[in-house]
Design a protein around this ligand. Structure first.
Ligand code: FES
Length: 84
């Protein structure tokens, strides 16, 4: 099924890119931008993004590595933000 009509990216292309990235680096965070880059493309209109993300989330290799889970947010001396 074609997911991105601007670039002709199919669900199989997305799954292949995610599987390849996970095999190449088990600790990488996989983003839509990285998937586009791995396929040698760039997002154009962006209207495919909801379906693109849905297809990405359906891939079991998209998981965040265990080492990066449960990281605590940075606190700034009791404040919830940097105060900018
Ligand atoms: S349909 Fe994917 S960028 Fe336009």
């Amino acid at each position: 099924m074609i997911v991105c009509s601007c670039n002709g990216i199919s669900d199989k292309d997305i799954n292949a890119a995610i599987d390849w990235m996970r095999a190449a680096d088990p600790q990488t965070i996989i983003t839509p931008g990285k998937v586009y880059h791995a396929l040698g493309k760039a997002a154009d209109c962006g209207s495919c993004m909801p379906l693109f993300l849905h297809m990405m989330r359906a891939n079991a290799n998209l998981e965040v590595p265990m080492e990066l889970r449960g990281l605590r947010p940075r606190t700034y001396k009791g404040k919830s933000n940097e105060g900018r």
